[in-house]
Design a protein around this ligand. Structure first.
Ligand code: PHE
Length: 338
């Protein structure tokens, strides 16, 4: 029996097979165990010798089982280590990274300039009412900007703001002068789209109100912005223009020194001195809300510009629609750029 047992043990290829062999010989009802159990049937004088004999067999089998078990365990461990091996010298997999949208990068540049000049940065609602978007800004009912052609009207009579200027009104109703703010955010116009027009785009609006704020402060501020964007040699140009909420009003352009090609005047936005009617409308709203009238008699300047135009030139993007089409071939170029 010992020989067959040792043979069985040697040919067990797995721990499960070995366990079966163990059960067969030295388990509770295994062959060796049974032999031991039957000792009692032998005549007393034979028991001792026979018992020693069986115990020796059992010890030999047990030793062989233990040895085989440790060999099989080692082999199983080796196989596992082999299959789970990690080659730490392999190059890593590239993780897809995002990046700041070009419009946000331009906003960051602009806002850094205005923070340096002491401005607060605010935002406002994109769904506006007619009063804040037009009426309080001295935009008369017959002004073409009110036209159904330009404004996205909502069914409840409200609208998508067509510019960030309504935040001038909201801010002044809530805060007393003096202050300097810039407003960032999306605006909407109901227009046909082409390479330079989108129905949604962005604006940065500035408003400064205080005692003796003047047109030269406005010009100095825009010049400071131009130098911040394009370096110390940047130039600015103002041309008379009309916006109902400023008087006088002026469009401004920045001379852009293009390192890659043709340099040119970049028409950036509109500006002007806050119209007295705007201050009056603000004071009316304040009074209705139980607040003191504090704006009439003051002066202030305002400006508004579009980061899209700056971004198109800066990054050589030829069509404004590329910004919002989410085409990875365009946006992917800004991956990882913060
Ligand atoms: N709100 C004007 C526009 O959207 C820009 C502007 C802002 C002009 C402030 C003058 C003063 O075109």
């Amino acid at each position: 029996m010992q020989d067959t047992a040792l043979q069985d043990i040697r040919s067990a290829e797995t721990l499960e097979a070995l366990q079966a062999v163990k059960t067969k010989y030295v388990g509770k009802s295994g062959l060796v165990t049974k032999e031991l159990g039957s000792l009692g049937k032998l005549p007393p004088e034979e028991r001792k010798a026979r018992g020693a004999e069986i115990n020796a067999v059992r010890a030999a089998i047990q030793a062989a089982l233990d040895e085989r078990e440790s060999v099989l365990k080692r082999a199983a461990l080796d196989a596992r280590l082999q299959s789970e091996a990690i080659d730490v010298t392999l190059p890593g997999l590239p993780l897809p990274t995002g990046g700041l949208h070009p419009i946000n990068r331009v906003y960051d540049d602009l806002i850094a300039i205005y923070r340096r000049l002491g401005y607060h940065v605010v935002e406002g609602p994109e769904v506006e009412d007619e009063h804040h978007n037009f009426e309080a800004l001295n935009v008369p009912w017959y002004h073409p900007a009110r036209d159904l052609q330009d404004t996205f009207w909502l069914e409840d009579g409200r609208l998508l703001r067509t510019h960030t200027s309504p935040m001038q009104v909201r801010y002044m109703v809530e805060h007393e002068p003096p202050f300097k703010i810039v407003v960032r955010g999306k605006v909407y116009r109901y227009e046909a789209t082409d390479a330079t027009h989108e129905s949604m785009f962005h604006q940065l609006e500035g408003l400064v109100v205080g005692e003796r704020v003047s047109m030269s402060d406005l010009k100095g501020t825009i010049a400071e912005m131009a130098r911040g964007l394009y370096g110390p040699s940047a130039r600015v140009r103002f041309q008379p223009s009309y916006y109902p909420f400023v008087e006088p009003g002026a469009d401004f352009a920045v001379y852009w020194d293009n390192p890659r090609g043709e340099s040119k005047w970049l028409e950036l936005g509109g500006s002007g001195m806050v119209h007295p009617n705007v201050f009056k409308a603000v004071d009316d709203l304040r009074e209705a809300a139980g607040k003191p009238r504090v704006y009439e008699g003051l002066t202030g300047f305002a400006f508004g510009l579009g980061p899209e135009r700056i971004a198109m030139l800066k990054y050589g993007i030829p069509d404004i629609r590329y910004f919002y089409a989410n085409d990875p071939r365009v946006i992917g170029q800004f991956r990882g750029e913060l």
